[in-house]
Design a protein around this ligand. Sequence first.
Ligand code: SF4
Length: 473
Amino acid sequence: MPLNFYIETVGCQMNVLDSELAAASLMEAGYQPVSAKRYADVILFNTCSVRQHAEDKVYSELGRLKHWKDQKPDAIIAVMGCMAQKDKETIFRRAPHVDIVLGPGQLRQLPEIVKSVEKKREKRLEISLDRIDGKQSDVRESFQQFNPQRNLRVGSNPYQAMVRIMFGCDKFCSYCIVPSVRGPEQSRPPREIEAEIRQLADQGRLEVTLIGQTVNSYRYSEGGKTWRLQDLFAMIQEIDGIRRIRFVTNYPTGMTDELLQAVRDIPKVTPFLHIPVQSGSNSVLRRMKRRYTAEEYRDLLDRIYATIPDAAVTSDFIVGFCGETDEEFQQTVDLVKYGRFKNSFIFKYSVRPGTKAAELFQDDVPDSVKRKRNNELLAVQNAISMELNREFIGKTVEILVEGISKTAAKSCDLLQIDPPPSQLSVQLTGHTPCDRIVVFDAASEQHRQLIGRILPATITHAAPFTLFGKLIE
Ligand code: SF4
């Protein structure tokens, strides 16, 4: 009897892709995916360490599974991802019913480890070296790369795919745990990336998103040539079938003029730029050990809008970082107003043990102040998002139609069944090249033919996070 598995994923796109690859490799080894934990024999948590809250949730979920494991002693519980690399054997101490702790650099061993636990019923801890635990080359090697053949059955939808072009991070921002849990920066060889994207194109994928912790740090040298991100764009431009190229996440200082010009000039590259700034205050940026000033970031925004007038820029902000004063926060509000971001992801600072900020600074901004600043910044951003979206009313955009809109799918349960015959239209959703969500109605009898195509639509209404439109016949 094949064993059933269920993966719960939290965190960034790296984790989403890791879970997709892990699921594919387990299926290859004969395991079957199931839609809920209660049907599973193997439960895997792909975890995130960026915020305390995400870790607390995993530990309390593990606590709840204790009873389940007592009832089903042959079941296997695995903790993968950043929290596995960070907490190591502590996970076994806090949750003794966990069987496997597997770091993000050991993903390719997953099926073999699950099989061995199944047979021998022995706990397995497989993680990479800490960055101070060996020579740089040994540390780098201990973060094994995992780039298996892509499986069309796994993934969010059959028209889009994420492709990892680099691993790890060498920036060491003071608040961030990523450089220690994801290891040193390593770029993948261009020929491997090309082969993977050709395979995805053959499977019918129209859009690829190149991902990396700092994707614009991509650098690979071979045969006397150094490849940068813009060289990958030019290579992918030539791959038949791929219609759109996206890339996340960018570090501000890596947004060179060459890269911006490539976004402007290479037709398949979408003008969507996610460039986290984190704060608009130079003193906070210094404490965060970000390597630029607010003025340099403003200058970057000017260069972007001068080079790519239709650019959609998004950003991340941390509010309530150690010692953040009202005045420093106000500088962040001013930067949001100046940036006219399409949207921003705003987080309250959460101290991460093991980071420089935890060692050097007091987490001294009260939670009530963090919450107030979060809400205030969000309100400023939402008003800008609304204004920018309103400018689309009456315009024609190209949408990659991804499927039935989630709200419609939920309410009608349409992911499983065809719409009832009485229902004349179905609400579909898709993305513009500038990463705006567009929702539109389609006749129920023809909606399936529209999914997976890139089609023009006229925008009729706008909300801060969604555009509403009509397909052009
Ligand atoms: S650039 Fe900074 S915030 Fe981003 S992953 Fe690296 S260390 Fe973390």
